[in-house]
Design a protein around this ligand. Structure first.
Ligand SMILES: Cc1ncc(COP(=O)(O)O)c(C=O)c1O
Length: 401
C-alpha cells in the first residue's frame, strides 16, 4: 500500500517565481552574489508607524480577533477608498491574510470544479496555483508585448467566453506585464460581465504604482455593475509591508461577502499585531506614497533605458506596478535563467529572473520570456542589467543563436 496525496494537490506546480531556488542556493554556496529580480519584494523600508503601532499595543492576551478583521482597520480602509470616490461600508470589507488569502476565498466562493475563468495571459503566476487546486479552467486570451499587453478587442475577449465561464480576473496595474488597462478595456469587460452574467475579480494591489500619463481606473467606480465586482487589495506593496500578511476582499455583493465571511470564520482570525500595525500604516501621508511612486517611476525609466542597450530583446515600457515582461533572444528562457545562476557571473555576481512559462495558461507560451522585477535601487538595476547583457552575449555564443 502506498500513501497518496490528493489529485487536487498533485495538480499544484512549484511557483515559477521560486522554482529556481535550488540553483540560487548552490550559487550562494559557491560564494556568488545574486541580484534577485525574480520576486516582487519592494526594498523600501516599512514605515516606522507600523512598528510604533505594534509597540504601543497594550493588550495582555493575544486573543482571536473578529473573523472579519479589526473594525478600526476596516474603517481605515473605508476612509482610504473614499479618497478614490468609492464608498464601501465596513461590512463590505473583510480582512484577509494578504491579498493571497482573499483571492483564494474569492475563487472558492465562485467556482466549482471545471468552471471556467476568463483571463488575459500572461498573468500573475500564483493564480495558476489557485486554479489548479480548484480545478478551474482558464479561458485565456493572449496578450502581446508588441501591443503592450493590452486586450486586443471586445470580440477577442468575447469569443473565449463559454457557458461554463463564471468570472473574469485580472491584476490592474498588472503583475507580470506592467500594463494598465484603459477605460475602454474596462468598459468592454463590464459589458461582457453584464451580458454573460460574470463576476469581475479586480486585483488592485498595485493601484498607486502608475507612471507617465497613465491612469488606473478601479472597477469599484463602476456603479452599474457593483454587485458583480470584487476588489482584492493589500498593504503588501502599497506600504512595503509584504511580511505583515494583511489584505482584504471588498464587494457590495452581500451573498458573496457572506460566503467569504464564512471562510474567514473557519480560519478564525488574521494575526492581531499585524492588523494593529496595518491600522497605523493607513496614516502614512499621501505625499509619502507619492514619493514611493515617483521613485518607482524613476526606476521604470532607468531599467527601460538599460533594456534599450541590450541586443534583440523585445519589451514595452511598463505603465505601472514594478515588473517588465521581456522576450529574450533564446529558445528556452528557463534554461538560460538556470545557466545564469549555475555557470555565469560577472565579478562573482549574477542575477535571478522568473522564467515566463509559468505566467501562462496555454502550454508552450512564454518559453522565451522572463519577468523582471525592478523594485530595487538604480545601482543594483544597473549591475543586474550589465549581467543580463553580458550573459545573453555569452550564452548566444555558446549556443550559437
Ligand atoms: C497581482 C498580485 N496579487 C496579489 C498578490 C498577493 O499579495 P499579498 O498576499 O502579499 O497581499 C501579489 C503579490 O505579489 C500580486 O502580485
Amino acid at each position: 500500500m502506498s500513501l497518496e496525496l490528493s489529485k487536487r494537490i498533485q495538480r499544484l506546480k512549484t511557483s515559477p517565481i521560486r522554482k529556481l531556488t535550488p540553483y540560487s542556493e548552490q550559487a550562494l554556496a559557491k560564494g556568488k552574489k545574486i541580484y534577485y529580480l525574480n520576486i516582487g519584494q519592494p526594498d523600501i523600508e516599512t514605515s516606522n508607524l507600523f512598528f510604533e503601532g505594534v509597540a504601543a499595543y497594550k493588550g495582555k492576551i493575544l486573543k482571536y480577533e473578529h473573523s472579519a478583521g479589526l473594525k478600526e482597520l476596516r474603517e481605515k480602509i473605508k476612509k482610504y477608498y473614499e479618497k478614490y470616490n468609492m464608498n464601501y461600508n465596513i461590512d463590505e470589507i473583510l480582512i484577509t491574510s494578504g491579498g493571497s488569502e482573499g483571492l483564494q476565498f474569492t475563487l472558492n466562493s465562485i467556482f466549482d470544479e471545471n468552471d471556467e475563468i476568463l483571463i488575459g495571459e500572461p498573468y500573475y503566476a500564483n493564480y495558476n496555483s489557485y486554479f489548479d487546486v480548484l480545478n478551474i479552467k482558464c479561458n485565456a486570451v493572449r496578450t502581446y508585448a508588441e501591443n503592450g499587453y493590452h486586450f486586443s478587442s471586445l470580440e477577442e475577449l468575447e469569443k473565449n467566453i463559454t457557458k461554463k465561464t463564471k468570472g473574469f480576473i485580472f491584476s490592474n496595474p498588472s503583475n507580470p506585464t506592467g500594463v494598465i488597462h484603459t477605460k475602454e478595456e474596462l468598459d468592454n469587460i463590464a459589458y461582457l460581465a453584464k451580458k454573460y452574467d460574470l463576476y469581475i475579480i479586480s486585483d488592485e494591489v498595485y493601484r498607486e504604482f502608475v507612471y507617465g500619463d497613465n491612469k488606473c481606473i478601479s472597477f469599484g467606480t463602476y456603479k452599474e455593475i457593483e454587485d458583480r465586482v470584487i476588489i482584492i487589495d493589500s498593504i503588501s506593496k502599497r506600504f512595503s509591508a509584504c511580511g505583515a500578511r494583511v489584505g482584504c476582499v471588498i464587494s457590495k455583493n452581500k451573498a458573496f461577502i457572506e460566503s467569504v465571511y464564512r471562510q474567514c470564520q473557519a480560519r478564525l482570525a488574521v494575526p492581531t499585531l499585524e492588523m494593529i500595525g496595518a491600522i497605523a500604516l493607513y496614516d502614512v501621508a499621501d505625499n509619502q506614497l507619492e514619493k514611493y511612486r515617483t521613485m518607482y517611476e524613476k526606476r521604470r525609466n532607468f531599467i527601460f533605458n538599460e533594456f534599450k542597450t541590450i541586443d534583440d530583446i523585445i519589451v514595452k515600457e511598463p505603465e505601472g506596478a514594478f515588473y517588465s515582461f521581456v522576450k529574450l533572444p533564446v529558445e528556452n528562457a528557463e534554461a538560460f535563467c538556470i545557466w545564469l545562476l549555475s555557470e555565469f557571473d560577472v565579478d562573482n555576481e549574477t542575477i535571478m529572473l522568473a522564467p515566463g512559462e509559468g505566467f501562462y495558461a496555454t502550454e508552450g507560451l512564454g518559453r522565451d520570456e522572463v519577468r523582471i522585477c525592478y523594485a530595487s535601487d538604480e545601482n543594483q538595476i544597473k549591475k543586474a542589467m550589465n549581467i543580463l547583457r553580458q550573459g545573453l552575449k555569452e550564452y548566444r555564443k555558446i549556443k550559437q543563436i
